[in-house]
Design a protein around this ligand. Structure first.
Ligand code: NAD
Ligand code: UDP
Length: 325
């Protein structure tokens, strides 16, 4: 059996926000890590500190196209896919193909290598949920034809493919249903609520609340999520999807208030139309993750927002602007 510290690991999407934190954590275990990324929403800056790391390399390629020649891997994490609505809706067909054709390619690669495969799925598979909090047994309420479908249905199809590979080929698979995650290395122009609100507050720009701000989300700090992903990959006997997220649910209005208080910004809060099919509420039931992996988030929202705000204040140029709808 391969020892954890000598594993060869592929992280597709490893130049992105979550992927780059995962790469750091994997390298810290002693593993060799290759990142495969088309740099669509990823940034070289996220990995710049690894330039001289001999156990790391970055290969620029699109998982929709044929994969470049690479060594054999023991583990494959598939995080490749834009995650923010403005980014995944910019080229919806490519987003869908990334989840379907791209995941298929990586699954074939995992089968040929005999690698264990982890798919970064999403709470979006639950759509606008009728069941609250969301458990893995809930099949979801997704609009299959709306503007979010390229992402939601793409991720649902990817899950189906993953479990077909488990049934057909005996592949060892893991599926993490990730709920809203935030932290350093999000892009200022990412378009998601945490980065938008923090960047707007820091710049003194209007803070954009879509709809009445009563819709809820449950925000998980990046380091907690990465810990969950690593535990899930390392766990020997898992079948079926596992929710990873922070069950601390709050409204978008409450989130904005917290950031306003934290930054002392003079920004005004302005209303914008609610995007089509925007889920009304979202909160993970993490009972399965806790039972299987002994995992639960440890970073509370206040500490996470402070760290994220400090990072944006330090790292992002004063001219950077949040992306709106
Ligand atoms: P991100 O946009 O920062 O990272 C995605 C990475 O994938 C980027 O580096 C991008 O360049 C790369 N990529 C996109 N399409 C690709 C393609 N066709 N070929 C190769 N590389 C490609 O997003 P993130 O927030 O880090 O999310 C990472 C993963 O986690 C995604 O799969 C996302 O769906 C999932 N997820 C994230 C969240 C969240 O709140 N951040 C929630 C649920 C699920
Ligand atoms: N949102 C907002 N202002 C923004 C960006 C987003 O009010 O500047 C809202 C958005 O409509 C949604 C929630 O915040 O209700 C979370 O949006 P995000 O894009 O971060 O994640 P997702 O909708 O994919 O959960």
């Amino acid at each position: 059996m391969t020892r954890e510290n000598s594993l060869r690991i592929l992280v597709a999407g490893g130049a992105g926000f979550i992927g780059s934190h995962l790469v750091d954590a994997l390298l810290a275990t002693g593993a060799r890590v290759t990142v495969l990324d088309n740099m669509l929403t990823g940034r070289e800056a996220n990995l710049a500190h690894l330039r001289r790391e001999p156990r790391f390399d970055l290969v620029e390629a699109d998982i929709v196209a044929s994969l470049p020649k690479l060594d054999r891997f023991d583990r494959i994490f598939n995080l490749a896919c834009p995650a923010s609505p403005p980014h995944y809706q910019a080229d919806p067909v490519h987003t869908m193909l990334t989840s379907v054709a791209g995941t298929h390619r990586l699954l074939e690669r995992a089968r040929d290598d005999g690698a264990r495969f982890l798919q970064a799925s999403t709470s979006e598979v639950y759509g606008d949920p009728d069941v609250h909090p969301q458990r893995e047994t809930y099949w979801g309420n997704v609009n299959p034809t709306g503007p979010r479908a390229c992402y939601d249905e793409g991720k649902r199809a990817a899950e189906a493919l993953v479990f077909d590979f488990e049934r057909m080929h005996g592949l060892q698979v893991r599926v993490a249903r990730i709920f809203n995650t935030y932290g350093p290395r999000m892009r200022a122009d990412d378009g998601r609520v945490v980065s938008n609100v923090i960047c707007q507050a820091l710049a003194g720009d209007d803070i954009t609340v879509y709809g009445d701000g009563c819709q809820t989300r449950s925000f998980c700090y990046a380091s907690d999520l990465v810990d969950g992903l690593m535990r899930l990959m390392a766990c020997e006997d898992v079948h079926g999807p596992v929710n990873l997220g922070n069950p601390n649910e709050l409204s978008i209005g409450d989130l904005v208030e917290r950031v306003v208080r934290l930054t002392g910004t003079p920004s005004r809060v302005v209303r914008r139309p609610l995007p089509v099919d925007d889920p009304r509420r979202r909160k993970p039931d993490i009972g399965r993750a806790t039972a299987l992996l002994g995992w639960a988030p440890t970073v509370d929202l206040q500490a996470g927002l402070e760290a994220t705000t400090a990072w944006f204040a330090r790292e992002v140029s004063p001219g950077a602007r949040a992306t709106g709808i």
